[in-house]
Design a protein around this ligand. Sequence first.
Ligand SMILES: [Zn+2]
Length: 449
Amino acid sequence: MARAHVQASPGVAREEPAVGRLASASASNAELAAHSIFKEFGLAMPIPISSENLETCKDFPYLKFSDWVRVLGKADMLEHLTGQKSFATMKVILTEFWKRYRALYPNHEVFRLADSGVLDLSCTIPVYTHKDEGRSSKKKPIMILTTQGALGKGTAAQRRRNARGVIKHTVKTTPMKMNFIGHTYTTRYMFMAMPRSVYKHCPDTFFTMLKLYASDMKSLAYDGVDVGRGNRIWVASLGSKGDWPAHVKSAGLKRSFQNVPKRATSKTPCSGICHLCLAGTEDFEEPENAVPFEDFVFLPEWLDTCNVKDPWVEEPAELEIPHDTSDKPSYFKPDFWHNLSLGAGKTRAANFCVMFNPLAAGTSVETRFEDMTADFNSHCSLMKRSAYMKEINREKVGFLKHVDFPDGHWSKGDVTTSLMLWMEKYGAQKIAESGSSDEILITMETCYN
Ligand SMILES: [Zn+2]
């Protein structure tokens, strides 16, 4: 791009030396060249790159969060971690934040540290860890570990409402906002990006890095970092976010979705499906002790079993970071949207497709699915959404035989969202057309309203 720019108007290279240098850089190793040019022209954050010798990778690079905080603090850019431009306002907001947090979670270790004078809550930034296995630009799996401020510049919806004057902050002195607005580079701070080739056959490499991360975060809570001008900043983690596979792996969870029984009976008792409670646990010797996970009543049995037994054999490495000692499993936060779009919502959408199939046009299950597919696709293009799933069919919804429970066989969460948007319209339309009085269909449709 720089080369094309300079060719089109040669004067640019003189006026904008950085663009000129980029234009003449070697295209065969453009990334390396870009790094040194960015650095030379002051366009790169001076975060030191740390490294660790792992069994499968020498000098594996990572960025300590303590280095991010120090560099951001010294550059007067802590607003990217708290949403507040001025240091003085930040202190007011953080004081109020921890006051409210203490009312909810008085047993978080951060309060013990504050009470004993180890840290100052007005200068302690609340953060979350995020673990996610994503895909590299070459579509290969890669494990990403980042840290983000719990507070930020708000959400786009909040900004729109504020612009219309609809919502005013209820507590004017403490406009605490969530951390959704802004480029990811300015709101999420990378610790490591580990290609699967490094951890696939050697899981210890991942745990070595997790331990390094935890001890750096612990030092941020106990010692903090000097950010210049006589100021010190501490950091306290509120929890670790991630999808279930990431939590199972990093915390060594023995109770998880991976144990969900697939059949009505089994030779081995289920050891539980949830790290937060004993839902799904079975005891063949004392069957009355079983806690059903399919319990959807208002006060289910599993509710009384929250936080009564650790879901791991060995305490996870991440718990070296100060946390709420009265409820350790809850340090690992479930991802609500993953649970919906690839969990309950997905099952619901698949069941909807099967239940409403008889109301579609056609002479067989297959042809009626084709009719539903056409309606779904046209609704998606109307909503300007990519359907991703091109066809609703027996395979996709998990309904090969009439005895099958339709559990949905797509892996993209967005498919569930598209289906749910369509279901709202399709369900109402089909019930009105057919005049059906089927209670299940009506319940499925009306629960959207
Ligand atoms: Zn549970």
